[in-house]
Design a binder for this molecule. Structure first.
Ligand code: NI
Length: 178
């Protein structure tokens, strides 16, 4: 049985920490992957980095199918030590959100397609091409591994507004309203 983990949200400084590589893929790690996946599904979200559940290691779970209404169809991807090998000059702009920045959404420009190298949950080296929502999600999650958030892609004015609202809400014991 998987366990739902607690999400780390702004203004927690852990979100700014660079995650360390995973050295070994074993049963303990696979158990953690299952816990991450359950946490992501229940949030609900389409991507989650380990640092978002308090573990600053280079681990990502993604399921862009989870965005659809039909939650019966699941297609999880586990990326361990992911690395972008190539990204397109073509860019795309779409709205993004983040489980660590609840209720805030903004348009972000990113390369439209990419190739990513990673270790899978069996410990095998893999490569994958991605475009559209999957490419966006992979970039968003790898940003997390480097302590970067999607608001870092916005203007300083917008970013400061978001950070201030979360800091104030944390002080007041409330939730920020956008
Ligand atoms: Ni995020």
């Amino acid at each position: 049985m998987a366990t739902k983990l607690e999400l780390v949200t702004l203004p927690d400084k852990l979100l700014r920490k660079k995650s360390a590589p995973v050295e070994r893929v074993d049963d303990d790690l696979r158990k953690f992957l299952d816990n991450m996946l359950l946490t992501m599904y229940e949030a609900p979200g389409i991507g989650l980095a380990a640092v978002q559940v308090g573990v600053p290691r280079r681990i990502v779970t993604i399921d862009v199918v989870n965005k659809e209404e039909d939650r019966e169809v699941q297609d999880p991807i586990f990326l361990i030590n992911p690395e972008i090998l190539w990204s397109s000059d073509d860019v795309a702009t779409e709205e993004e959100g983040c489980l660590s920045i609840p209720d805030y959404y903004a348009e972000v420009e990113r390369p439209a397609s990419l190739r990513v190298g990673y270790i899978d949950r069996e410990g095998r080296k893999q490569e994958m091409a991605a475009e559209g929502l999957l490419a966006r999600c992979i970039q968003h999650e790898i940003d997390h591994l480097d302590g970067r958030l999607f608001i870092d892609h916005l203007s300083k004015l917008k970013r400061d507004m978001v950070v201030k609202k979360f800091a104030k809400a944390a002080r007041d014991g409330t939730k920020p309203v956008f």
